[in-house]
Write a new protein. Structure first.
Length: 690
């Protein structure tokens, strides 16, 4: 049985690993234990020193994986001598992986982990452990045999006069022990008198070469002489010549063909003894059957190639996924730019209630589609480990007042009671990622409103002092409703992606089943937990616990100017160059600029935009990213290299919501960026900065 200790600060990994190796665990092939950090792992290793394999994450609290590896090297003599370490870390974290390998790690895995990679790597490590066990056992047996032999030899020297018979018996027993050790280690010995050409072979030589006991000496000689594989004869001949001419010990690996046709791999070592005159008189050597080792090496090569192939496939799949998401975002957001933009322009112009309803339906449907796109992109970022937290001072009171402001119309429309209960001792400033907190609460509250037809929706907020830091608090937020509730059998899957409770009508309630999955991931990224209680027909309560939230001494910054305020700002006379290959997008921007004292010119691609900019020297340029002939990236590079144009602010118009695309936009030299579909208030707000 192979004993394995997994070390990772993500508790959910335990269920995944147990499920993955359920058959091996059931049949007793492996025994798996878990630890949440390096300190806990050391405690468990001290309690279970026979552990064979440690598989550890690099980045963990309290004690990280690199420190754990260092401790293992120091404490290894007190643990299992065959203890083997494997590390895993985020894809691309090669610096830490190299440190881990230099610190003694046997192999590594990258996150997100492929189950096949995990199995292959553990199989390799298990075989490595077995080899070490076998090697240690062989070494122990040989040492034990030699120890006994030496002990008996010393005793015979001391008592050779009176104990000769007893010494001879002990010598025979020692010889048997040595033969037994040779059999276990698959090592045979031979000795040849150079003068008489007489050869003495150990029993293990017979087994290695497939020599039958009933064979005559001539048959035995013929088997040994003809056993060497034709392709390896030169190797052994060179070693033999070196031994005879130079008198140096030799070592070689080759193949033999036994009488039964089986091919075995052997490792032979030979030496020569000379008399007092320096004349060679005797040759001795050992032959070890290394067939199993060579077979294991071939398997390891095969596993390594499979691992490399799987890695390449994963990288290709990840690249294809990124390209697909970027294209999907662009291809959907681009037409939605015109749909939502023109709907926004039409809305104040229409007075007929029916037509007004149609327009609002278009806007609502478009926003729903954008929400779906954003949810899919968020989930992709989380799964790829690309989602980052940005902490800043936040006033929790303002967040919940914002919730009241946003959801009050919908709650009033359904005739529900809206209750907010906040503890009086909630700090006025906490260090949180306000965007992620807002997204979590919006998801939970949107679901509560969606599934509640009568009764109330209540938000409760309280805090308790953190146990480990006096400058931190644990924040507890609960969202309670009196809606349809969730059956017990559906509660276990409700936080999974694209999952909704059985019987939930998508036609009636809508949704994709992503909101709760994303919320759970975001809460866990913040070091918190999310749980729920529910009764069908009575309602549900979702509780968020955020641990060790720092209390900020800095007051949250208040936005003095909101987007809506830019509708009333007077803009100085200015000129804008609009570069976009889609005419509807250019028309939309022009309509947004109506009555703003801002004039405009147009370009259908980046090449024309650069040319027009050189001719007209606009005050600001709005530049689409994806355009024919010349895209926005090449256009901005040419503009920034042009002495006449390089100081003109250029704002990117992009239909990609991917973080890496936004980073590329800013790194390329753009002075700002706007995400399609454009909002008039956002456009005017961005223009006002310049």
């Amino acid at each position: 049985m192979i004993r394995i200790l997994f070390v990772d600060d993500e508790p959910k990994l335990q269920l995944i690993i147990r499920q993955l190796f359920r058959h091996e665990i059931q049949y007793g092939d492996i025994d798996i234990h878990f630890a949440l950090n390096g300190l806990e792992a050391l405690d468990k290793l001290k309690a279970e020193p026979e552990t064979d394999i440690v598989i550890t994450d690099i980045n963990m609290p309290e004690m990280d994986g690199l420190t754990l590896l260092s401790e293992l090297q120091t404490l290894k003599p007190s643990f299992n001598p065959a203890l083997t370490a494997i590390v895993f870390s985020a894809y691309g974290d090669m610096t830490n992986i190299r440190k881990a390998m230099n610190a003694g790690a046997f192999d590594f895995l990258t996150k997100p982990m492929e189950f096949q990679d995990v199995k292959i790597t553990i199989a390799k490590a298990s075989e490595h452990v077995r080899q070490i066990r076998n090697s240690l056992e062989r070494e122990r047996l040989v040492k034990e045999a030699l120890r006994k032999a030496n002990k008996e030899l010393e005793r015979r020297v001391k008592e050779r006069t009176s104990e000769l018979l007893k010494a001879n018996k002990a010598l025979q027993e020692s010889q048997k022990s040595l033969e037994h050790a040779q059999q276990i280690a698959h090592i045979g010995s031979w000795e040849m008198d150079i003068v008489s050409r007489k050869i003495i072979l150990s029993r293990e030589i017979y087994r290695i070469f497939g020599i039958e006991p009933e064979m005559t000496q001539d048959e035995i000689d013929a088997v040994i002489e003809g056993a060497v594989h034709p392709d390896d004869r030169d190797i052994l001949w060179e070693a033999h010549e070196k031994l005879l001419t130079q008198g140096k010990n030799t070592s070689a690996e080759s193949r033999i063909i036994r009488p039964d046709g089986k091919v075995r791999y052997i490792r032979s070592e030979s030496g020569i003894f000379s008399d007092e005159a320096g004349k060679p008189v005797r040759m001795v050597g050992i032959i070890q059957d290394i067939t199993r080792r060579r077979q294991n090496e071939e398997k390891l090569k095969m596993y390594a190639q499979e691992l490399e192939d799987a890695k390449e496939r994963a990288e290709d799949a990840n690249q294809a996924k990124s390209e697909f998401l970027a294209n999907m975002s662009h291809e959907i957001r681009t037409p939605m730019n015109a749909v939502l933009g023109f709907a926004q322009l039409l809305s104040p112009l229409i007075t007929d209630k029916t037509q007004k309803t149609y327009i609002e339906g278009i806007r609502s449907g478009g926003k729903t589609l954008l929400t779906l796109i954003n949810d899919i992109l968020d989930l992709s970022k989380i799964e790829a480990g690309n989602m980052e937290l940005h902490h800043e001072p936040v006033n929790p009171h303002s967040i919940f007042e914002e919730l009241r402001h946003v959801f009050s119309p919908r709650i009033s429309e359904k005739g529900l009671h809206f209750i907010i209960e906040m503890a009086k001792d909630i700090p006025n400033s906490l260090l949180l990622d306000v965007v992620k907190i807002r997204q979590i609460l919006y998801n939970l509250f949107s679901n509560a409103v969606k599934f509640t037809e009568k009764g109330h929706i209540k938000i409760s907020v309280q805090n308790i002092p953190a146990t480990n830091n006096k400058n931190c608090v644990d924040v507890i937020i609960s969202v309670e409703d009196t809606g349809i509730g969730i059956p017990q059998e559906s509660q276990e899957i409700i936080f999974e992606s694209f999952r909704q409770q059985d019987g939930q009508s998508t036609r009636q309630f809508g949704g994709t089943g992503l909101g709760l999955a994303i919320s759970k991931h975001l809460v866990e990224m913040m070091g918190g937990t999310i749980s729920m209680t529910s009764q069908p027909g009575k309602g549900s309560c979702f509780e968020i616990r955020l641990h060790d939230v720092p209390v900020s001494e800095t007051d949250p910054e208040s936005e003095t100017v909101h987007h809506s305020d830019h509708e009333n700002i007077f803009y100085e006379k200015a000129s804008v160059l609009i570069a976009d290959d889609i005419e509807n997008n250019r028309i939309l921007v022009k309509e947004f600029l109506r009555d703003t004292n801002i004039s405009y010119t147009e370009a259908e691609n980046g090449q024309k935009a650069v040319a027009i900019a050189e001719q007209t020297a606009p005050d600001i340029i709005l530049m689409d990213i994806r355009m024919p002939v010349m895209d926005g990236y090449e256009a901005i590079r040419q503009i920034k290299k042009n002495e006449k144009l390089k100081k003109i602010p250029v704002i990117a118009l992009t239909a990609s919501a991917l973080t890496e695309d936004r980073k590329k936009i800013m790194e390329t030299g753009f002075d700002g960026h706007l995400l399609k579909p454009l909002q008039r208030s956002e456009l005017l707000c961005e223009l006002s900065r310049f």
